[in-house]
Design a binder for this molecule. Structure first.
Ligand code: ZN
Length: 289
């Protein structure tokens, strides 16, 4: 009960929701977590391919594991239907709710480096090596599909003190998807991150930065705060390292969130020491989200 009270207070405080709405959102979250747990159990009991084909196939897998799972699943499904109704109700309010972009509370003199689209075998370890050499903590927004493929890299990111967050499962433009698909993208990524032995994410970054009130609300209903960026050097387009460095350093302000890529961007790793050294020389520190 105490846990429930705390989470309700949190929802009311952070999202600016009234008690009735916070309660609805809380129960949606509970149902989601239960559903996630069941799916994860089914996955670890021998399902090999990422379960991205939809809930129908997932149901048939769970059925093999006995009646109790089926009964539980039916209960959860009912809870989810109620949850979806609550979400529809909440969507109208979500647009008015306080914006949860992390730029709203910039820390003085602090920069956040973020790396998107990994993990990939070639680049991610190199980025981690540079961060480790310079003792910088950063945030990785991982693609779920790649996290399933390279769970050890995800674990390494976490083990070395970085933050691992959600960048969807297949990197779609979320504004083109319905709420069910959007939530499925985010949930499947949460599961992939947890399966790698890393704590559940609390932030998501919509691919391409394409978002709207519905996308934000889908993330919020799963406890994920939408997090964009304020400095974008377009490193993915492979400009020279010196150009990436200059674009970052000349645009950073206290509290900036810098968008970089470990999943693409041939010159990003080479630009990193320059970015870190020059920002440090200006008195900046580095934090994670
Ligand atoms: Zn991306």
């Amino acid at each position: 009960m105490e846990e429930e009270h705390k989470r309700l207070q949190g929802l009311m405080g952070i999202y600016g929701l009234e008690e009735k709405e916070a309660r609805a959102s809380y129960y949606v979250g509970m149902a989601e977590e239960l559903f996630e747990q069941i799916s994860e159990d089914a996955y670890t009991k021998g399902v090999r391919s990422p379960q991205f084909e939809g809930s129908r196939r997932r149901c048939s897998r769970v059925r093999r594991h006995g009646r109790s799972s089926l009964a539980l699943l039916a209960t959860v499904s009912l809870a989810l239907v109620l949850g979806v109704m609550a979400v529809v109700f909440l969507q109208g309010r979500a647009a008015q709710a306080q914006q949860l972009e992390s730029t709203s509370q910039p820390a003085a003199g602090m920069v956040r480096l973020t790396f998107d689209d990994g993990p990939v075998r070639a680049n991610t370890p190199r980025v981690l090596n540079v961060l480790s050499d310079y003792r910088v903590k950063a945030t990785f927004f991982v693609i779920g599909q790649r996290a399933r493929r390279y769970p050890r890299l995800v674990k390494r990111e976490y083990r070395e003190g970085h933050s691992v967050q959600n960048h969807t499962y297949t990197h779609p433009d979320l504004t083109t998807l319905g709420p069910v698909e959007t939530r499925r993208e985010l949930r499947a990524t949460n599961r992939a991150i947890k399966a790698a032995g890393v704590p559940r994410p609390h932030r998501f970054r919509p691919p391409y930065g394409h978002t709207n009130a519905r996308v934000r609300s889908a993330g919020a209903s799963l406890g994920l705060i939408q997090t964009l960026w304020s400095v974008d050097p377009h490193d993915w387009a492979n400009p020279p390292a010196s150009v990436i460095c200059r674009r970052v350093v000349s645009n950073v302000r206290p509290g900036s969130i810098v968008l970089l890529h470990d999943g693409s961007g041939a010159n990003t790793v080479e630009a990193l020491p320059c970015i870190i050294k020059r920002l440090r020389a200006q008195g900046y520190g580095f934090g994670k989200l």
